[in-house]
Design a protein around this ligand. Structure first.
Ligand SMILES: O=C(O)COP(=O)(O)O
Length: 217
């Protein structure tokens, strides 16, 4: 078998978190008297960490540092209050994780979600499965697509980068896989379109989670 481990992105790949993220940020925007965004707009705001989500959601002419920092704190507070209201596993993900577990394939999560929320989500939605590591965004550590996070995950898994399938739903995820030497697998059930994933280097595109299993044979 060519591939020995699977690393997953979280938001838009394992979990549909879009509505809870959007609701939290829209509450912050409303609090400041700014226009809110439709939930679908957040498909393009999520993926590069909470800092970038806040900056992308704020009005273009209100990007001053202090306001961004204040809104980031408010966003984290609001998200803490509502992170599991509408969030759920994508259809087919439990079956895929069961299939990987049955084959004893080591699994890990690498996400730009703040570490504390990544851990909460793992406990709430993914505790049935054994993950070697969950690595989220931490202060002072560069977010994906920087290769620092992937290197840490690869070390923990104890396999070569080219033996790892990295599944993600955004261009950032594909760049992350390419930068770290992992095999970039784009998924279409998440937040972004196929064209973006292909342009960012996706080697293969999945329409349903169980399609991953054929890459392991
Ligand atoms: O940007 C985020 O907050 C999370 O994004 P990711 O799980 O797709 O890395």
């Amino acid at each position: 078998m060519k591939y020995k481990a699977v690393v997953f992105d979280m938001d838009g790949t394992l979990l549909d978190t879009l509505a809870d993220l959007a609701d939290a940020m829209n509450r912050v925007l409303a609090e400041h008297g700014f226009a809110t965004h439709p939930v679908d707009a957040y498909r393009h705001f999520v993926g590069s960490g909470a800092n970038r989500l806040v900056a992308r959601a704020l009005p273009a002419d209100r990007q001053d540092e202090d306001l961004r920092a204040l809104c980031l704190q408010s966003f984290l507070r609001e998200y803490e209050a509502g992170w599991r209201n509408k969030t759920c596993l994508y259809e087919g993900v439990p079956e895929l994780l069961d299939a990987l577990a049955a084959r004893k394939i080591p699994m890990a999560v690498l996400t730009n979600k703040p570490q504390a929320f990544a851990e909460l989500c793992m406990r709430e939605f993914l505790s049935r499965w054994d993950f070697t590591l969950t690595l989220g965004q931490m202060p002072g550590v560069a977010v994906k697509p920087d290769p620092a996070g992937p290197r840490q995950v690869i070390r923990h898994l104890g396999v070569q980068p080219e033996e790892i399938l990295y599944l993600g739903d955004t261009d950032v995820d594909m760049f992350t896989a390419v930068n770290a030497g992992m095999y970039p697998v784009g998924v279409l059930w998440g937040f972004r379109p196929e064209r973006e994933l292909l342009d960012a280097g996706a080697a293969v595109i999945l329409r349903h989670p169980m399609e991953l299993v054929s890459l392991l044979d």
